[in-house]
Design a binder for this molecule. Sequence first.
Ligand code: ADP
Ligand code: MG
Length: 270
Amino acid sequence: MSRAAATVATDLVRAQARALKMPGLARSYESLARQAREEHWSHEEYLHEVLATEMTSRLDSAVRHRMHDARFPEVKTLDTFDFSAADGINASQVAELARGEWIGRAENVILAGPIGTGKTHLAIALGVEAVRQRRRVAFGRAADIVRMLVEARDQRELSRLHRRLQNVDLLICDELGFVPFDRSGGELLFNLLADRYERRSVLVTSNLAFAEWVKVFAGDEKLTTALLDRIAHHATVITTKGKSYRMRKRSIDEKPADSTPALSKVAKKS
Ligand code: ADP
Ligand code: MG
């Protein structure tokens, strides 16, 4: 092919790739063509390599979109989680959960324990793993989810919001228990979570023991029992223990200053 013909072909392929929405192909076809010429690939081999690049590019962009749609408050991953500093958390159990099969089975995870013991970190990290497996995830603090539900109800858009949230494979409801709901807020959250029962997964983190959940739901024993029945039915429950990670880390980092009364008092208080 003459140089001029090659330039025309390049322009045409670029335009075709744009029209067909194949950015991976557009990026890779020229360098792969050079490699193909040098290494004497068949036409079929070349086509295969170009399409493989396009596929990888599409999968990467799906993960990026799902990461964005999940609305994690920040990205936390398992490789930054220090299991040796995490009381009550079993590394191999978490590794098993990270494989995401429980999400395929529409099972649940409950992370319960005191503040600062890594519940949110783990919840996000498991969510990130699920996204990497190209599952749809939505993250929200319980109070924000309830606020969203209340607003949607007031605007008569509740069923639309339900549909959107029911579409995700994993709904992460963080910090259940920090803010109690009034009766109607509690009912809205109950309906959302109960709807997912045996269909889609939920991951709940809470600073409360199960017996205290009723406090969050305006003292409604019946509703709380019904919710717990459903959520805990097919659930892995992980109970974190001990002192706040940050407090503990601070007292380890400042070991020589351990005798400082103010610091040890702070650490004990948590
Ligand atoms: P919780 O949700 O239980 O209140 P967080 O997950 O928000 O606690 O943890 C508080 C902070 O400490 C976060 O910045 C988190 O990344 C960090 N953290 C907690 N536990 C660990 C751990 N075992 N390894 C690494 N970082 C941790
Ligand atoms: Mg938290």
